[in-house]
Design a protein around this ligand. Structure first.
Ligand SMILES: [Zn+2]
Length: 58
């Protein structure tokens, strides 16, 4: 177990939102902020549009 244990609770400017209508896709200088919602699945939720982005550790 202990899957994805090193994933932080919050990611800033590490990943990009997949939603083309998200404000982070429009505003170039906004901070891309994501919050961890599911550590086992490596799922982060966009602060601005609630899009889910998956991040897996190697
Ligand atoms: Zn977004």
């Amino acid at each position: 177990m202990n899957k994805n244990i090193n994933l932080p609770e919050k990611l800033e400017n590490k990943i990009k939102c997949n939603n083309p209508r998200c404000i982070t896709s429009v505003e170039k200088y906004i901070t891309h902020t994501f919050y961890l919602v599911n550590r086992e699945k490596g799922e982060y939720r966009c602060r601005y549009c609630d899009e889910i982005v998956k991040v897996m550790e190697d």
